[in-house]
Ligand binder design. Structure first.
Ligand SMILES: [Cu+2]
Length: 258
């Protein structure tokens, strides 16, 4: 495989004004050309791996890299290059303040003219004319539970235990967001999906980089997971990705710095 340029995925709390503007532009363009709906639909069509079998982490990693590529293609001249940001819903800020305004507010004001614009990260159209929606009053104790589940997962010695535990944190985040996010038929359409699942991928990456795992956790993965293909995702040469191709995020062109 050709070596990829590696870009850093950042926290939603650390994005610059310019990065936010480009990300908003990218989402808007994907909504308009319906690529967004097509990408979100992949989870419903091909995401059968997501039913808590051990392929859900590698499959999702390929899935989010594919979506990140769509964001990059939507605004090809963005500087820095667009990457998918993560929302760490187990962080102290998240547990205290809930969903950040960047993702939660229906509107935002433009910097220059102070014009009110609708926030592309607040909701998305999943079927004309239906929009995604969330819990009006999310229950913060669910984020506390997710925090506990994620910490427990980090202590796992093997991939299967880690995957089983981290899946619980993921479900808790869906229940917290509620509405469309808690419904398997449209969960990927709520724009927040991409930010919380980027975090899920980051949890895995952090677990993989623990000192005890020189091989990124491969030794503790069942062969059926390691050798499985991750349809419908392929590399730049058009070959279907396998789990072994996505163990190192740098092969997919991104990394997390912490
Ligand atoms: Cu999920």
């Amino acid at each position: 495989m050709k070596k990829k340029t590696v870009h850093v995925r950042k926290s939603v709390y650390d994005l610059s004004e310019k990065e936010i503007a480009n990300l908003r532009k990218a989402f808007r363009r994907l909504y308009k050309n319906r690529i967004y709906q097509q990408k979100a639909g992949i989870l419903i069509k091909d995401g059968h791996y997501m039913r808590n079998d051990m392929l859900f982490l590698p499959w999702a990693r390929a899935y989010f890299a594919d979506f990140e590529k769509a964001l990059q293609d939507a605004v090809p001249n963005a500087k820095p290059v667009i990457t998918l940001p993560y929302w760490d819903y187990t962080s102290e800020t998240a547990r205290e303040e809930g969903i950040p305004p960047l993702l939660a507010d229906p509107y935002y004001k433009t910097k220059k003219k102070g014009k009110k614009k609708s926030n592309p990260f607040y909701r998305a159209e999943y079927e004309i004319p239906l929009y995604t929606f969330r819990n009006d009053a999310p229950n913060n104790t669910l984020l506390e539970s997710a925090f506990i589940s994620a910490n427990k997962a980090m202590e796992a010695d093997d991939f299967v235990t880690f995957g089983t535990e981290i899946y619980v944190a993921d479900v808790q985040s869906h229940m917290y967001i509620g509405g469309s996010s808690a419904n398997t038929n449209c969960t990927a359409y709520d724009p927040i999906f991409w930010f919380t699942h980027c975090q899920l991928d980051r949890f895995w990456d952090q677990w993989q980089k623990q000192p005890a795992r020189e091989d990124l956790g491969a030794a503790s993965m069942p062969n059926s997971v390691l050798n499985s293909s991750l349809q419908p995702f392929s590399n730049d040469e058009g070959t279907t990705l396998k789990t072994t191709d996505v163990l190192n995020t740098e092969n997919l062109g991104y990394t997390y710095v912490d």
